[in-house]
Design a protein around this ligand. Structure first.
Ligand code: 7TS
Length: 408
């Protein structure tokens, strides 16, 4: 039985999209690791912004501009409080995790020389691999990989052996999108710091499930995408320790990020504006703040304990299906199940599940090295949120069984 303090049926009323039908069936949305759904509390904030105070920020004396600026800066403080950053200006609004990582990768070139080393885990999303490869191409630095085992867990002893005085940066996800593994980032961060390396943690998949405390973690950079945590698409944050953000050069040039511009010389604005060139996603930032309010109104402990129950139940039921194999079997997991059924292509399973109104993701999940490691072209991935139910797990399990009957 799933023990929860959350009233799921009431919570589901907050999500208008969950009432919709797909192909004649009630939607069973199990693609939350790709993007989460949006509660009406957040939708209302978006509507309110465009209805009442849509204006550009930081530049107008007029009332609308001041209201929009206040709301946007208030959202920054909400993020700051949510992740326990020391200062609001350690929160840089970006378009999401990909943007946040590219911002750091671009600026980090000025700290690297040929032969320096960057460590990346074996279970990264492409957005936490490719920017570092590009950085290595530019600087002559070397990218090394922290290996994992067949449970989908990083080999921390091997990681410790890779660290040396040449290591300048370690990058790792907090939670793997393809496997659901929660990585021991406290250990990863402290070991990196022992050799003087900085650490960037990709928190895209952790933020919806785990309360983050950047001070406790002592992490140098941490990234979040709002759309995976009940917020809108196209907005996210980079958290950076002040000392790092102060020395990191700006990523993009343009309006808002300057102190003074002449044709001879430009000086840059203070943090956070140095990294926020151009008109940002104002409404998105404000709505992100509302999404955090929503998550906190439910409480992370309640969310985690409910999702843990769903994960255990779904794992148990799916494992009973003959020929079904789960990838990512660590004890430390969020509610993500990647699987394949012997003899059936994941795409075919996803397609038939969609006919039954069940949304899952299929493919390599932008983590091709993970698929290569497990020697599969891709997997079916069911990822659960706090608004999913045990009944929806049953529908998924029945759907997979039906698919197997149809295709074998
Ligand atoms: N890092 C991780 C761990 C992710 O899961 C994702 C998106 C990203 C980075 C990129 O985030 P973005 O908001 O900048 O796109 N992951 C997925 C996924 O698993 N399915 O669709 C998107």
């Amino acid at each position: 039985m799933i023990i929860t303090k959350l009233d799921i049926e009431t919570i589901r009323q907050d999500f208008p999209i969950l009432k919709r039908k797909v192909n004649g069936y009630p939607l069973v949305y199990l693609d939350n690791a790709a993007t989460s759904q949006t509660p009406k509390q957040v939708i209302d904030v978006i509507v309110d912004y465009y209805t009442r105070y849509n204006a550009n920020i930081h530049r107008g004396v007029h009332t609308l501009s001041q209201e929009a600026t206040d709301a946007y800066e208030n959202a920054r403080i909400k993020v700051q409080n949510h992740i326990n950053a020391v200062e609001p200006y350690e929160i840089i609004f970006t378009s999401g995790t990909t943007d946040s990582i590219n911002l750091v990768a671009n600026g980090f070139a000025s700290f690297l020389k040929k032969g320096d080393e960057l460590l990346v885990s074996a279970m990264e999303h492409h957005s936490n691999i490719v920017p570092w490869q590009m950085l290595c191409e530019r600087t002559g630095a070397i990218l090394k990989v922290i290996p994992m085992n067949l449970e989908g867990e990083l080999l921390i002893e091997e990681y410790a052996k890779l660290l040396s005085s040449s290591t300048k940066l370690v990058v790792c996800n907090h939670v793997s999108n393809a496997l659901g593994t929660i990585n021991p980032i406290e250990k990863i961060i402290s070991l990196a710091h022992e050799v003087g390396a900085a650490v960037l943690i990709d928190g895209a998949q952790a933020a919806p499930h785990i309360k983050i405390d950047v001070q406790k973690l002592n992490v140098d950079f941490y990234t979040i995408s709002a759309h995976k945590i009940c917020g809108p698409t196209g907005v996210g944050i980079l958290y950076g320790k002040e000392e790092w953000l102060a020395k990191l050069p700006p990523y993009q040039g343009g309006g808002e990020m300057i102190a003074e511009v002449t044709f001879e010389k430009t000086t840059y604005a203070d943090l956070p504006h140095k990294f926020e060139a151009g008109t940002p996603n104002i409404c998105g930032g404000i709505a992100f703040g509302a999404a955090l309010d929503y998550m906190n109104s439910l409480g992370y402990e309640a969310i985690a304990s409910y999702e843990k129950g769903l994960l255990a139940y779904a794992t148990k039921e799916l494992t009973l299906i003959e020929g079904l194999k789960i990838y990512g079997t660590s004890e430390h997991k969020t509610s993500v199940i990647s699987f394949n059924v012997k003899g059936i292509h994941p795409y075919d399973i996803g397609t038939i599940l969609d006919k039954l109104g069940i949304a899952v993701r299929t493919g390599h999940h932008c983590a091709q090295p993970v698929m290569d490691y497990f020697k599969v072209p891709g997997t079916v991935r069911a990822s659960f949120s706090f608004y999913n139910t045990k009944n929806e797990v049953d529908i998924l399990v029945e759907g997979v069984k039906k698919t197997i009957q149809m295709l074998s």
